[in-house]
Write a protein that binds this ligand. Structure first.
Ligand code: ATP
Ligand code: MG
Ligand code: MG
Length: 378
């Protein structure tokens, strides 16, 4: 069987490996961490830095195709692999755009799609006299931010100057704070031949900057659902993207949609596809990188996905008692096999399926409450 390679061995790499192996492929994971979640699911684990030439050469020598599971993979490594004749999807160029908020937002806007009003700040000396179109706003580092890290809320031009120095004058975007009605995301799959499909939008709620719950179908009008899917697919087409692309949206008053950001990979908000659609987002990644047709995306049943953070593990690192999840009729637990639980660390998730999304949400909340109470009692 053909060998597929993936750069990164976190939980997304682990779920990718599962999907690949279900389809009969073998998997090589490149990740410098010996205890990466995907390591024990891989046929070969190259425990080397992402720029290690010998490791990259081994991928060229042994793999039929390569993909990535994390956004901050070295884009030049991906370009180098492609230059050696390997099928690399998504391309290093697409990954490079998604890694840099300035490039990302500029690309989205040039594609004719809406973003929040933003100002690219390469250095503090560049600041225009009038910042009012972007205030009150959020200053975000152009690179390496996730889960709301590297972001500062600012109200005045003085706040902006102070925050820039706090962020050590890295390149940033200053983005106008928008009044959000809700947030949704769409996962798109685009094949090598240009076939493009999208999963139904997920409605996302965050807690402390980290995704908490995804609700599907999203509680937005059908026309907004259709528009979000269209915008996400248009973005994939304009990028000439091959693979799985996650697109985050803000829903504003009057059903206006703006794109917040994208991720060049499967996404936490797409984990509902593990149980509620025939094809998972990880199978889509396998299909796309192998030049196969994308799978079906319709929702089989309303679903709510809840992230399980280290917060519900015991102070001594002990696992929660999963009885509530084992006995709940419509729920499914997924754990990532991480050895160490820390506050805010994604340890797993569960999906709850029900006749409608609100019912699923109610059941999910009751399960979370039991898990939280267990912890405070122990
Ligand atoms: P992720 O973990 O999704 O990669 P991130 O660190 O890249 O997150 P963003 O997605 O840009 O950060 O922002 C995190 C959250 O902050 C958003 O989901 C949204 O709730 C809020 N937010 C960001 N930008 C704005 C804005 N312009 N107006 C209002 N809220 C915003
Ligand atoms: Mg992000
Ligand atoms: Mg985000």
């Amino acid at each position: 069987p053909a060998m597929l390679g993936i750069l990164g061995g976190g939980q997304l790499g682990r779920m990718f490996a599962t999907a690949a192996k279900t389809m009969g492929y073998r998997v090589t994971v490149l990740d410098p961490d010996a205890s990466a979640p995907a390591a024990d699911f891989a046929d070969v684990h190259l425990c080397k830095p992402y720029t290690d030439r010998d490791a990259l050469q081994q991928l060229v020598d042994t793999c039929a195709a390569i993909t990535t599971e994390f956004e901050n993979v070295n884009a030049d490594s991906m370009r180098w692999l492609a230059e050696q004749g390997l099928r690399v999807s998504p391309s290093g160029d697409c990954v490079a755009i998604a890694q840099d908020r300035i490039a990302e937002k500029t690309f989205i806007r040039n594609a004719g799609l809406a973003t929040a009003p933003f100002l690219a700040i390469l250095n503090a000396g560049d600041l225009p006299d009038d910042l009012s179109p972007y205030l009150p706003g959020i200053l975000k580092t152009a690179r390496l931010g996730y889960d709301g890290k590297g972001q500062v809320r600012v109200k005045t031009p003085e706040d902006v100057r102070y925050a820039l120095s706090e962020l050590k004058h890295q390149p940033c975007v200053l983005e106008k704070m928008l009044p959000l009605v809700s947030e949704v995301s769409v996962i798109v799959t685009r094949s090598r031949a240009g076939e493009v499909v999208s999963f139904p939008p997920a409605e996302n709620e965050h807690a402390n900057g980290i995704l908490d719950v995804s609700i599907v179908p999203a509680r937005i009008a059908d026309a907004v659902t259709a528009r979000a899917r269209d915008m996400a697919m248009t973005l994939a087409e304009k990028l000439d993207y091959v693979g799985v692309l996650a697109v985050e949206f803000f829903v504003l008053e009057g059903d206006e949609l703006v794109i917040n950001e994208m991720a060049p990979r499967p996404h936490n908000s797409g984990h509902y596809t593990l149980d509620a659609t025939l094809t998972t987002q990880f199978e889509q990644q396998v299909r796309a990188m192998c030049g196969l047709y994308p799978g079906r995306t319709e929702l089989l049943k309303p679903v709510v996905m809840v992230n399980l953070l280290g917060d519900v593990w015991g102070e001594d690192g002990s696992e929660p008692n999963w009885e509530i999840l084992m006995t709940a009729p419509n729920s499914k637990l997924h754990l990532y096999g991480k050895k160490e639980a820390r506050v805010g660390r994604k340890m797993g998730h569960f999906n709850v399926l029900a006749e409608d999304a609100n019912d699923a949400l109610e059941q999910a909340r009751a399960i979370m409450e039991t898990l939280g109470n267990q912890r405070s009692e122990s």
